[in-house]
Design a protein around this ligand. Sequence first.
Ligand code: CP
Length: 339
Amino acid sequence: MNATAAPARRQLQPPPVAPSPFPYNPGSLLSVQDLSLDTVSHLLTRASALEAMDPIERARILAKRRVALLFYESSTRTRTSFELAAKALGADTTLVSSLSSSIEKGETLKDTGLTLHSLGAEAIILRHKASGAPWVLEQFTRLPVLNAGDGMHEHPTQSLLDLRTILQHLLPGLTTVSADTLSGVTVSIVGDIFHSRVARSNMFLLPRLGAKVVLCGPRELLPEIATTAGPGITIERDFEAALRQSQVVMMLRIQAERLAGLQLDLETYKASYQLTGQRLATLAPSAVVMHPGPIIRGLELTAGVADGPQSAILEQVRNGVAIRMAVVERALTAHGARA
Ligand code: CP
């Protein structure tokens, strides 16, 4: 009998994963995940310094540099604050909006980006309805690209201005962050998590500073898989239980424009998840109330809460200018462009 040895099993190895080439440009801000905590600290520190600076001195920093704003989706806060931030540093800005440009005639993102590059744009601030669009634009233009919100994916400058707002309330004066800066702090993010790029960027950033992030909302707007976005993230379906443990409550708008046929009974939603004055007073009387805007009064929160003493909503808007000055400066200066 011819005994033959069993053939040795070939060990299957996963294919090697090539390191991401993004960002190509060190001045880009595509994802908050690309920022080290040192760079987050640098941006927070520069935001404070630029805000306090003499306006004439500040306007010399990027004097006559060219910044393009390319917006495929509507915006009030992000667009205006990026524009004011770039202008405050002395840059010339131009706005290309999908509703009043050759994008309406079918020009692609690539060709629009290359056109802006040829016109002398040195950085492009992009808002787009498609997740990943800023990566595409950066690949084709190799310019610094600042993600001003891409689809349901990320809104990195919103999470930085949210962080600045949280620090101003809980740790005033602090602009240097580390892995335990927010330890012991619970931030509840409430509402339409599924469609929210703001939620996603905050879920990526805040736990890296030690915060506990509690996601709260109904199953239609908050799938169980959300906790896999990273460590430090849990789900609490009971809004009142979430409020009881929160130092920060971040309310979100229901994004009707992205519901795509999903039926939601708004009265049922409000009964369970609306932030009312009574819920706030009894369950979280010292919590900071935040909202990225636009707010829908009477839906995710009452007008009394929006205008009340715990609301930091307009501080968030103001912080948008300071943070975006730091981000635009980083995009266009060798000094600022640290990974
Ligand atoms: N927070 C935010 O992105 O608001 P806008 O859509 O008005 O820019």
